[in-house]
Write a protein that binds this ligand. Structure first.
Ligand code: NAD
Ligand code: APR
Length: 247
């Protein structure tokens, strides 16, 4: 499928504003399981436990489960897929990364404009007074940590199922989809709302849609190009081709 990759590289090299939407699949090479792939988290962990209503009923149980999930993310480091996107941005060929991930690996790989749709592992937020504290400071121990200011139950600053997305992030992501002329969806099954409306918005205003994913996604039928492969293999090849055409 190298001629497909050449076609995509040509698109990105000539683009005014390429936007990348990433999901858990871009971080699996960093040792973080995805959700719906063959070893997906939701095959062993009940995703209903990460529903905001369930959290409100049993914060202690969800915090203990969250600690289990979040520990591998602490040890994770960016992989060649993250670095490839940072290089494209550096060369002025990527406007922004919009990510559904909370692992912060895009920023650690050097990406500067990153929109985190589902929050991040940076902070915990008080469900009562809204105070924000570094997650690392409150995550040790067992059960739900309490707010030092008001005693309220703290929550990791990630979007739980059934929770609205951070407003600013969603608005910025929608704007990016509207202004992009090339929209890359990488390592995401495109099954989760409202992130999966972004490729539709891009396509509707005339952008070219490229889906790079290890398996079929919910929106493959809409894509101008589908690259079936691993992000940590495909993205470095794509970045190399694009940067060669610029030099
Ligand atoms: P999450 O809390 O980020 O999931 C919330 C998202 O799912 C929201 O966009 C919401 O709109 C959407 N959603 C709502 N109802 C849904 C439904 N019925 N089916 C599917 N999606 C629905 O993450 P999580 O689900 O709580 O995952 C557990 C924890 O592990 C989170 O912190 C997660 O981000 C983290 N994790 C991160 C990575 C990574 O960053 N690469 C990988 C694996 C797990
Ligand atoms: N390269 C390319 N694709 C990959 C790789 C890889 N190395 N590893 C996994 N994939 C693919 C899987 O085949 C799957 O289709 O990435 C996709 C990941 O999809 P999901 O597991 O559904 O993850 P994501 O789309 O990010 O989920 C969206 O759901 O649980 C919530 O908030 C959570 O942000 C997450 C949201």
């Amino acid at each position: 499928p190298d001629e497909v990759l050449d076609g995509v590289a040509d698109l990105v090299a000539r683009s005014r504003c390429t936007v990348a939407l990433t999901g858990a699949g871009i971080s699996t090479a960093s040792g973080i399981p995805d959700f719906r792939g063959p070893q997906g988290l939701w095959r062993t962990v009940d995703s209903d436990k990460f529903d905001i209503a369930y959290f409100r009923r049993s914060p202690d149980e969800v915090w203990d489960l969250f600690r289990l999930l979040f520990t591998p993310l602490l040890a994770a480091v960016p992989n060649p897929a993250h670095y490839a996107l940072a290089r494209l941005e550096e060369a002025g060929k990527l406007c922004a990364v919009v990510t559904q991930n909370v692992d912060g690996l895009h920023q650690r790989a050097g990406s500067r404009r990153v929109v985190e749709l589902h929050g991040s592992l940076k902070d915990a937020v008080c469900t009562k007074c809204g105070a924000r504290l570094p997650l690392a400071d409150v995550v040790k121990g067992r059960g739900a940590p309490r707010c030092p200011l008001c005693g309220g139950v703290l929550k990791p600053d990630v979007v739980f199922f059934g929770e609205p997305l951070p407003r600013g992030a969603l608005e910025e992501a929608l704007e990016l989809a509207e202004t992009s002329d090339v929209f890359l969806a990488v390592g995401t099954s495109l099954t989760v709302y409202p992130a999966n409306t972004l490729p539709l918005r891009a396509k509707r205003q005339g952008a070219k849609l490229v889906i790079i994913n290890a398996e079929e996604t919910a929106l493959d039928h809409l894509a101008d190009y589908v690259v079936r492969g691993r992000a940590e293999v495909v993205l470095p090849k794509l970045a190399e081709r694009v940067l060669n055409t610029l030099s």
